[in-house]
Structures are given as C-alpha cells and as structure tokens.
Design a protein. Structure first.
Length: 642
C-alpha cells in the first residue's frame, strides 16, 4: 500500500481528514498558505478551503457545500480494502461552515489586502446549496458563461434558400423523418455556437464534414463573402486531432472541401513556453478563423474551454462535438455535459424556422410508428444551438442495449443483458481468464504473422481486433499487472523479443506517450512494429486508409502495450474488448467509466468482474460540481457580499 502523505503542520480536523485520505498533504498546505496570506486561522474556513482544492483535484469546478460529505478518499489502487469509510469521519455541520465562510477575509478581503482566493456563491436554482470556488475557476466559469450568453444573443445573417438547397445536396431530400444530422447542419448555418452531442457511431464526424461543406457553400453564395472562410479543426489531444483530420479529409473530395489540417487546442491557441502570456491567442489577440470545430469536446477542461472562448471573435462560428456521457477531462470541469444538461440561453431564430420548420412540423404530424419526433426538451435545446444525435451506426444489438442501460442508470436491465450473454456480450468472474487468454494469444499470433511478413495493414487490423481495458494503472486489476500477464501469454506463441533487433521485435504492440507534431506522432497513438524486406523494422501507425511507417528511433516516448486504461481508449474502436473491473470499493468505478469501455467495442464486450462491481459502477454517477450545470447561463451566480 502506498502510504498517505501527512502535512506536518496540519492540526485538528485538517490532520484527521488528511490521515484518513480524504485530504492530501497538498490540499492542507494550500489551505494553510491561503490562510496565512489572508489572515484567516479558523479551522472551519481552512477545512472548507482544503475541500475546495480537493474538489478541483477530483474534477469538480467548485465545492457544493451541501454535498461535501460525498467526497471520498483518494483511491488506493493496490489495497482498496484498507481505505477509511468517509462516513465515519467527524464532518462539521454545513451551516457552521457556511457561516464561517460568510465572515472570512478569504471570501471578502481583509486588512492585509484585497486578496480574495475564495468565492462563495448562492445559485438561484431551488434545492441547490452554496458553492465554494477557488477564484481562478470562478473566473474561468464566468468567462464561459459570459461569452456563450453573448454569442446566443444574436444570429448570423442567413439565406434560407441557400441553406435548404445545400441541405438537400448534402443529405438528400427531406423525408417524414427527424434527421438530426440535417438539423445539426441547419443549426450551424443559423447559430454562432452549435453543440453536436452523440455517442460513438452516431455520425458526429460525418456531420462535421457536411456542416463545413454547408458553411463553405453558404459563404460562397454571399455577395459580400469575399475569400473562402478560414477553418480551424481542433481536438484536446493529438490523437483525436489526427482522427478528426483523417475523417474530414476522407470526405473532402466528395463534398468539395479544401484540404484541412487539425491541431490540438494548445497548438491552435499558440502555446508559448516560458512566456508571460501562456498562449499567443487570447481576448486581446483573437483567433483569425471564421469557423472553429472542436471534436471530442467531452475531454476539454474548464480552463481550456475558457481560453478558447475568450480567444474567439464574436463572428466566428463555433461547432463543439462530443459524447457528454463519456469520461470527462482529467482536469476540472465537464463543460460539454454541462452545456447539454443545463438550460441554455437563446431565442428561436426565424431563419432556422424558415429552413426546417416545415420539415419538423411534417415529421411531428406523421404516424408515431413511422416517424421519430423531437421531444420538448430537444426543441428547447435547439433554441440554444444544441442537438443530440441518437441513431448509432457503429454498433447495435445487445452492445447498444447495454450501453443505453448503463447510460440511463438501469442496473437491472444491464445485468439482465450480461447474464443472458450471447454472441455480443459476456460476463466472467474475476478468476475466469481462459477466454481472455485465448483472445490475447490469437491476436498476438495474427499480429506477429502479419508483422513478420511486412503486411502493416493486416498487422494493424489484427491489433485492433481485441483490446484489454482496465480502470486502474496499478494493482491486481490494473494495466501494469495485466500487461505483464498478457505479455507472458503472447510469448508462449513466439510473440516476444527475438534478440536480433534489440529492444524491438516484429509484432510488438506499442503505445505512444508523447507528442512529436513534426513527425505526425501523437500521445495516445497505438501501433505495431513490422519487418521490412531489407530486414529493418518500422512502426506502423494507422493514418486514414494507409498505414504510416515510422522508424522506431523517431518516437519521443513509447511503451509496449498489451493492456491500456479505459481513459486512454477514448476515441478508439475495437472489434472486441475485454474490460477488467476492480472491486466495488474502487473510487474509479463509475457509470461513465463503464459506458466508455463498453462503447469501444463494435462486435463483442467481455466483462471480467463481479455483479456487485457492475452494480456499483452503474449506481455511481459522476457528479462534477459546477455553476454551469446548476445555473442558467444567462444569470451568473450571485456572490455573497457583506
């Protein structure tokens, strides 16, 4: 077990919660330093400040003081059974904490200066208690709220006839059906901000390409349009950016799109090492684009989203795409989920109504058995430029049913599907390893055979046929353990170092862990070492239809991979996945984690774990505290004043 670090200066309740693992030494140190700088020494205030730091470290933007008892202990991946039950700790009463904060100089400033590192807000929604922010995250949330509210206050100039013509060209003539991809394109043509939400295989990148084609055509038809629109494609990671670029480029010739490149958000904003201004583009130097598209937005943190929105010109079209039900950013915030879930500002745009109003009315009046209609909630979202794609095309059958049950929190339905099994679903106990061993061995054989023959495409296809996914990195349920076990199984059929090529061998599966944009190598890429006719070795990475071959020495950082974390798998798809679930006590076991893992598979999902672990995962819905998810975007939280 990794020992808990204890802050030596911590005393009283801070030390007790630190020793229990609810607070880390860093949480305590930050709270005490704030107290010294602001002239605050009351235990309840410092305790609340430490919990606010802990909340951000857990992914929340702020601390919901009514739910502070829900904060768990830091997960011990190796010995979760030794963790303390937070319910047994001496939690202070909420009212006492709030009263102390209302009088604190850390909230209102004091004689030592105007320093206000904490913000206490009182959301307007009934049933929601006070929220405690670190000032930095409060300001970032306000930027997002302010920019989105301003962008929703008006609409771009639109020619409905041009939009209808292009929609018919790109999607075909309208039918008595609700085509949410068509709706998404119409929204992008008539709104400054468009959110395209949807699960894997619902056609988000397919829709993005057609949105871009529509905007290019719309711009060309404008007599005052001038030069073609400047378009930027971006994603939170290099791997996601590369996939977006490939998907759009594959469709570009048929749609009449120019060749477009994608970049990470850091590169888009012009990250500058060692400069006072961290990014080249910001609110005083705006991005020079007419259209900005961001894919995999669920992985974008509050901080990065606030920087992006601050750097946008008011007349730049913004399209955000992603799955709000997947795992959120590893940093604070779940902005996409907040935007989809929260009331969004906006009024009905006459141009949108002129473009699609008649189609939607016909679909609504059609026989419910023959036509899918929009719910009242969906119609409300349309006013804010939000549409959710629902028709999955990548997988179906029982995998889709399981994903829907998990996403909806329907534990009994999910367990019923897994117990029934079948060709697509399989549930095995923690010690039942024969099936996963057979898959790993078979995959290693196919990968090795193709790699030794120099067939990079076949090696990559075989490598993508099965993936072993874990929640943890360490411990008996983690990647480190399963990587070692899987490598031993693969070695039994000759898939291992042959000592002729040193570190590298044909068929070796690799995971890239650092970016090299010049070499088109991205953190999160996976590939296979393949032999060349001259006896040399190359690493094959998937890039569109053709493998991309790179010399092994060109990689900035790479590891052999037989198993990977579920977080790492986001944005990828495999024919089959084996999901290793930890014991129910694991804090990483959540609905979002299980949903993300299940939706990586096209044809088969195998879960290794107990029914209790599955039940725990589905019942534990990640609730990241945030003002965006609790308040109307048009009305900022009201800070409590003297």
């Amino acid at each position: 077990m990794i020992p808990i670090r204890v802050a030596q200066r911590g005393t009283g309740i801070l030390r007790e919660f630190n020793e229990a693992g609810v607070l880390s030494a860093a949480d305590v140190h930050v709270a005490e330093r704030l107290g010294r700088l602001g002239g605050e020494d009351r235990e309840l205030v410092l305790f609340a400040a430490a919990l606010a730091v802990r909340a951000v470290r857990s992914g929340s933007v702020c601390l919901d003081l009514t739910r502070m008892r829900d904060i768990g202990v830091d997960a011990d991946e190796e010995r979760p059974e030794l963790l303390v039950d937070p319910a047994e700790l001496p939690w202070p009463e909420e009212a006492g904490v709030v009263e102390a904060l209302r009088e604190s100089p850390l909230v209102f400033g004091g004689p030592r200066g105007p320093l206000r590192p904490l913000r206490l807000t009182d959301p307007s929604r009934p049933g929601t208690g006070p929220l405690l922010y670190l000032d930095r995250y409060y300001q970032q949330e306000q930027i997002i709220r302010r920019v989105l509210t301003a962008r929703a206050a008006g609409h771009p100039r639109t020619d409905p006839a041009v939009v209808r013509r292009e929609l018919d060209r790109l999607f075909g003539p309208p039918e008595n059906l609700v085509d949410r991809q068509r709706i998404a394109a119409a929204l992008a043509a008539t709104h400054w901000t468009t959110v395209v939400a949807g699960g894997p295989g619902t056609g988000k990148t397919h829709t993005i390409a057609r949105i871009l084609a529509l905007l290019v055509a719309q711009h060309a038809a404008d007599p005052g349009g001038g030069a073609p629109p400047r378009i930027a494609l971006a994603a939170p990671t290099g791997k996601a950016a590369a996939r977006l670029q490939e998907a759009v480029r594959d469709q570009a010739p048929a749609l009449g799109l120019p060749e477009l490149s994608a970049a990470t958000l850091h590169r888009l904003l012009g990250w500058q090492r060692g400069r006072t201004t961290r990014f080249r583009y910001h609110e005083h130097n705006r991005l020079p684009y007419d259209v900005v598209v961001v894919d995999e937005t669920s992985m974008v943190s509050l901080t990065m989203m606030s920087r992006l929105l601050a750097a946008l010109r008011p007349d730049t079209r913004l399209v955000l795409a992603g799955d709000p039900d997947q795992l959120a950013s590893v940093d604070a915030g779940a902005v996409l989920a907040d935007l989809v879930a929260a009331p969004f500002p906006g009024t009905a745009d006459p141009s949108f109504e002129e473009v699609l109003g008649a189609e939607l009315a016909v679909a609504a009046a059609a026989d419910p058995g023959e036509s899918e209609t929009l719910t009242d909630l969906e119609r409300d979202r349309l006013r804010g430029g939000i549409v959710r794609l629902t028709r999955g095309r990548r997988f179906g059958g029982r995998i889709a049913e399981l994903a829907v049950a998990v996403r909806a929190g329907d534990t009994e339905a999910a367990l019923g599907l897994l117990r029934a099994g079948g060709e697509m679903l399989e549930l095995l106990g923690p010690d039942e390893n024969a099936a996963v061993r057979a898959d790993i061995v078979a995959t290693a054989q196919r990968v090795g055979t193709a790699a030794r023959a120099g067939d990079a495409a076949a090696a990559l296809a075989a490598f993508e046929s099965h993936r072993l996914l874990c929640a943890h990195r360490r411990g008996p349920f983690g990647v480190e353990h399963w990587d070692r076990v899987a490598a031993e199984w693969a070695a039994t059929v000759g898939s291992g170092p042959d000592h002729r090529h040193g570190t590298w061998y044909p068929g070796q599966p690799l995971l890239v862990t650092a970016n090299d944009h010049e070499a088109r190598i991205y953190n999160g890429d996976t590939g296979v070492v393949v032999a060349r006719p001259d006896g040399s070795l190359r690493v094959a990475l998937q890039r569109g239809d053709e493998p991309y071959l790179v010399h092994p020495t060109q990689f900035p950082a790479v590891v052999t991979v037989f198993a990977m974390t579920i977080h790492r798998s986001q944005g990828s798809q495999y024919d089959a996945v084996t999901i290793v679930l930890p014991e129910p006590g694991s804090g990483l076991l959540t609905r979002e984690l299980l949903y993300t893992a299940i939706t990586r598979a096209r044809r088969h999902v195998r879960i290794i774990g107990t029914e209790e672990a599955i039940r725990t995962a589905i019942d534990r819905h990640v609730l990241r505290a945030s003002g965006l998810s609790l308040d109307d975007l048009g009305s900022a939280p009201v800070a409590v004043e003297d």
